[in-house]
Design a protein around this ligand. Structure first.
Ligand code: KG4
Ligand code: ZN
Length: 335
């Protein structure tokens, strides 16, 4: 089977074609609007949807051309139905439904976070259900007991800012550009992770929820106190201390969830999972747990994750989309 995947939930336009016989992506294109939004310090929804309109058709054409197959050989069109920015989502949903009518192929609406999770099945050594999943992106921080495709129990989630959002906001406080996660990771390499005593939010609570807004506020107070907040050493020390506080919080909560569920595999995904420091810290701290992570470029939003998720959805419960519908807010446990 060949599935065309279309990701337009935010400021990336991702298109890919998945071949289920080889479990490989045969062609893939991505366009990131990040440089445009960095001028405003964050994503401007109206600009994001306009760029999705401009980029989607050319990217689908190129991806199809590069795949070497014809549209007759596409067996389904998967798109991100939610959660995300409603304008951007609508562009992908409308385009996918129109293609599906034109080509007489099923149209599959995919949950963005399920796609971040299932992209791990593309790896040479994939995890096997059930497993614990830690999804950390710009909009979500989730701990999930993944029982099977379409069968997820949300064990914990953020009560305020998502991890990626905290990275982006702290980067702004430190005078770094958007998206903040990769920028913080870069400067943190030169800093001391123990330079500042920052809180590990909700780490000692009994539940598995997260909270990151207090951590961001703690950084804000330190920045306000500093006479030269642009000093290079100060910025890298604070970035490294912040990154370490995040890493330790994720480790503590994952450990607790592994203990409670009795699971011994941890799957990570979402943009923040691209952070090498956090990956290494998880690896060294959970040494009796098998950890699975996608390729770095498949952590942040991409079309491949939607194509793979679309394939598994179609195989598992062939519900196809007859109308153009998006779900900007959509709880994973509703699946
Ligand atoms: O999954 P994603 O591409 O989009 C959403 O679904 O939100 O995640 C984007 C988020 C941004 O907040 C970005 O700063 C963060 O992931 N991110 C990182 C890194 N790369 C991207 N955070 C920390 N370290 C990174 N290397
Ligand atoms: Zn995402």
């Amino acid at each position: 089977m060949h599935i065309l995947g279309i990701e337009t939930s935010c400021d990336e336009t991702g298109v890919a074609i998945y071949d289920s016989n080889t479990n490989e992506i045969i062609s893939e294109e991505i366009f990131s609007q990040a440089p445009k939004h960095s001028l405003y310090g964050g994503v401007v929804p109206e600009l994001a949807s306009r760029d999705q309109v401009a980029k989607l058709l050319p990217l689908v054409s190129i991806t199809l051309q590069e795949s070497g197959i014809s549209h007759n050989e596409i067996d389904g069109i998967a798109f991100t139905k939610g959660p995300g920015l409603s304008g951007s989502l609508l562009v992908g949903a409308t385009f996918a439904r129109c293609l599906s009518i034109g080509w007489s192929k099923p149209c599959i609406g995919v949950h963005h976070m399920e796609a971040h999770l299932l992209v791990n099945l593309l790896e040479k050594k994939p995890p096997s259900f059930p497993f614990l999943t830690l999804l950390v992106s710009g909009g979500h921080s989730l701990l999930i007991n993944a029982l099977d495709i379409c069968n997820y129990i949300v064990l914990g989630q953020t009560r305020d800012d998502a991890v990626g959002e905290a990275f982006d906001k702290v980067a702004k406080l430190l005078g770094l550009s958007y998206p903040g996660g990769p920028e913080i990771e870069k400067v943190a390499k030169f800093g001391n992770p123990n330079a500042f005593a920052l809180p590990r939010p909700m780490a000692n609570k009994n539940h598995l929820d997260f909270s990151f807004s207090g951590l961001k506020t703690a950084v804000l107070y330190i920045v306000k106190k500093e006479k030269k907040p642009t000093n290079k050493n100060f910025v890298s020390d604070l970035a490294a201390s912040f990154q370490e506080a995040i890493a330790e919080t994720l480790i503590l909560k994952s450990k607790k969830a592994l203990l409670e569920t009795g699971l011994n595999q941890l799957v990570i995904g979402g943009g923040v999972a691209a952070n090498q420091y956090i990956r290494e810290r998880l690896q060294e701290s959970l040494d009796d747990t098998e950890i699975f992570s996608p390729n770095l470029e498949r952590c942040t939003d991409n079309g491949a994750m939607v194509a793979v998720a679309g394939y598994h959805r179609l195989k598992h419960s062939p519900i196809t989309e007859d109308f153009i519908e998006v779900k900007p807010r959509w709880d994973l446990s509703e699946l």
